[in-house]
Design a binder for this molecule. Sequence first.
Ligand code: C2E
Ligand code: CA
Ligand code: CA
Length: 429
Amino acid sequence: MPAIDTNSLEDLSDTATGRIVSGGELRRRLQQILASAKRLGSVHAVGLIEIEPDTPPRVLRRIVTSMCRRIRQSDTLAELDDNRYGLILHHCPLDNAVGVARSLLATIRTGTDDDTGGQGEADVCRAVIGLVPFSAETSNTYQLLDHGRRACTEAWALGGDRVQVFQSEGGDRARKEHQLQRAAELSQAIEGDHLLLYGQEIVPLKPDLPRHIEVLMRMPDGEGGVIRPAAFVLAAERYGIADRLDQWVVNKVLASYRRLFGDSGVGVTINLSAKSIGDDKLLDLVRRHDVPAERVCFEITETAAIRDLESARAFIDALRQLGCRFALDDFGSGHASFLYLKELEVDYLKIDQGFVRDVLEQDFDLAMVAAVNKIGQVLGIRVIAEGVENHDILKRIRDVGLDYAQGYVHGLPSPLEDLAKLRRRAQLV
Ligand code: C2E
Ligand code: CA
Ligand code: CA
């Protein structure tokens, strides 16, 4: 990174930024706070702020002034080295620290403090903040700053313009690095619009039920193949990019629905990760695109929904008011499944593959499938068996009376474009 304007500290000292301290002073204060944390058991946070290298010095000065205004008197902001700043949030639990860091990031993004009249609106600049909570267990200040630096590196790898909380490796560094790499690749693929939409048919087992296609996303592997989501969905959740991923998928599917499916009445079902439940951007996307909302179904897992039942319910209600449908995915694999069914208004239940796979050999699994089907009938919810791999299983599922089957027996997931073509051809004959 290029060096900051050599006059910057003098220039800053006659403004609100008189409070900015040196890196040495930051470490001294950190040591003091760490010692008191060990005595008193208090909780604090350290932040490392990295601003992109080519930010002009005048913009940097304005940013620093704004940041100084936004932190409390008891907090510390220090200039470390090129475009890098250190922050101590004194007596600040992690949730609050994340809130403060996000507001600082918003300040940096516009190059100014909005409260000052927005003179710097034209100077949009990028930054990341690595945040490290600390308390009595933290060993020393060097470790804290190092963790902050590592969180910043992760944040840049994930596309920048974000607050990244440091997560300890828990003794499994290689796995964490692999996940980070996957998340970074995914972030680039979203940014570059390189993800691929695949799909798999959900086939009705009774007359007059509408057809659906579940959208399953894939990432190109750079060698002509594709990577399945199992390899990166977890990483996306862990590194906080699952919401961007879902927005990308929803936007793409809605934008291409008319071209792909016209008036065929085929429904599309889209998987949402836990992070997206409650995301207003998805509501906006559904409103913005000219797609019959009743053809759009969202799949959520009960595990994700019950993390915050209230907001899940409000989210489902809002989208259902627009006409969208909901499916409870992987049903049976979580806990207390039947209990939450009464709490969440859904249109479809998808029985987890784990039960469907063994219906021919395991009486319990067959009983479970039949029980879920019965519950679905009582509640007026259509029931789908996932992971139907062969005709024997399909026959058994049909005998039980399920509404839909999905699985390799009807075909492997394939590009959504190809499935749409097949559908159009089938309608012509
Ligand atoms: P899921 O929602 O339970 O999707 C069903 C998975 O089962 C898919 O794996 C599908 O390819 C696979 N499958 C289909 N038929 C059979 C079968 O007969 N036997 C077996 N053993 N498997 C079958 P896939 O495509 O690898 O997706 C894995 C998971 O990744 C999905 O599980 C879903 O949770 C997630 N996912 C996929 N696409 C998206 C997406 O666009 N957004 C989000 N947030 N998650 C997605
Ligand atoms: Ca699904
Ligand atoms: Ca599933």
